[in-house]
Design a protein around this ligand. Structure first.
Ligand code: AOF
Ligand code: ZN
Length: 364
């Protein structure tokens, strides 16, 4: 996870300005889907004269905000953009035309836009207009920023991440590490970052619906899976406002018992719970990213998880390891998918350590 405040390098080269673009882009974390997060910086005579980021689908793109901020100073300046400027009329007009009209001299781009409507055509348009174009500056960082958007546009499926907490004796735990659900903690940040979260009904019985504690966080859409359940099920901790962002998937007829003013929660009977149907739902709702959140008693998610691993529907795993050996103190000694014979090796590991826990992120 890339956060504001990480730009430290004082050598003001292309990389420096591109890292600033990424930093600006992350201001809209969790709010841009199905669009990417994009940041733009306008530089003239070694000074930043304009900055912008894309706040939300339907609103202007990063370049438009940065050019507005720079005003006349954009004339003869260099524009840095974390993603190739678009050259199409979507919800908004093409950024290439805005850059040309503002008379920028040079455009430095982080990565090509994987969106087939744009891919390379934005750069071609700029070059045809006589603008000097460089591409591939800090491209790894730019790709990581939009890994979910890229996955969605390339595969037609949302980017799915599996998350759980493990004891040192290898059990999936009910609990989370200390502080991780608080503002700034990794779990709170994941909830802010992901468009949707999939939970097992058996864990929602025990915990209230999780919510990000980041300031002004856009809360994820909550997907609750229920299998073999005696009706009705209860979903505690929902407010009237958040109940509009909840859906329940079941494998049979159930009724949802409203808690504290929640009503009309949508339920979908899939007859057999399956991850593909849930991910298709997410895709059609414009979500780029989905977090499969395992808490100790995740029985309702077991089948989805098996399918996710077998059908390669999961892209990333985030494991939190707690320095505890769980005993019999009400903790649930669930061993993760020991029936599944597949050997998986995580790639591009990113460990994060604190005195309370270790969080390991890796790609499948
Ligand atoms: C940019 N700068 O800040 C963003 C871009 O419907 P629209 O008009 O918002 O277009 C969405 C597409 O534009 C999106 O799928 C992606 O290819 C590109 N997003 N491009 O130059 C931006 N957000
Ligand atoms: Zn654009």
């Amino acid at each position: 996870r890339i956060r504001c405040g990480q730009v430290q390098n004082n050598d003001k080269d292309d990389g420096f300005y591109m890292r600033r673009c990424v930093e600006l882009a992350t201001k809209a974390v969790g709010s841009t889907s199905p669009n990417p997060m994009v940041g733009c910086v306008i530089v003239k005579d070694g000074k930043i004269v304009g900055e912008g980021f894309h706040p939300k689908a339907g609103q202007p793109h990063a370049e438009v905000f940065a050019l507005r901020d720079a005003g006349e100073l954009a004339d003869g300046a260099t524009a840095y953009v974390s993603l190739e400027p678009c050259n199409h009329y979507g919800r908004t007009p093409p950024c290439t035309e805005a850059l040309i009209k503002a008379k920028v001299k040079k455009v430095v781009v982080g990565m090509l836009d994987p969106n087939p409507i744009v891919n390379s055509k934005g750069l071609e348009r700029l070059r045809d207009a006589g603008i000097d174009v460089t591409v591939g500056v800090e491209d790894e960082l730019c790709k990581r920023l939009n890994e979910a958007f890229i996955h969605r546009i390339v595969t037609g499926k949302p980017f799915a991440t599996l998350r759980y907490t493990l004891s040192v004796n290898g059990h999936v735990l009910d609990q989370l590490g200390e502080g991780v659900a608080e503002s700034g903690g990794y779990y709170s940040q994941l909830l802010q970052e992901y468009d949707a979260i999939i939970l097992s009904a058996s864990s929602t019985k025990k915990y209230s619906i999780p919510a990000s504690q980041e300031p002004d966080a856009n809360q994820p859409f909550r997907i609750i899976t229920v299998s073999n359940h005696a009706s009705p099920i209860r979903i505690p901790g929902l407010s009237e406002e958040s109940s509009s962002k909840v859906i329940v998937f079941t494998d049979g007829e159930i009724t949802v018992e409203p808690d504290m003013g929640t009503k009309g929660i949508e339920t979908v009977n899939l007859h057999q719970l399956n991850l593909k149907a849930v991910l298709d739902y997410c895709y059609s709702h414009g979500f780029c990213s989905v977090l499969v959140d395992l808490r100790g008693n995740y029985g309702d998610l077991e089948m989805l998880l098996k399918e996710g691993i077998e059908q390669n529907l999961l892209q990333k795993i985030v494991v939190e390891v707690l320095p505890v050996w769980n005993g019999s103190d009400g903790s649930n000694p669930h061993t993760l998918l020991n029936s599944l014979g597949k050997r998986l090796i995580l790639k591009n590991l990113q460990p994060k350590m604190s005195s309370q826990s270790i969080v390991l992120e890796g790609y499948l």
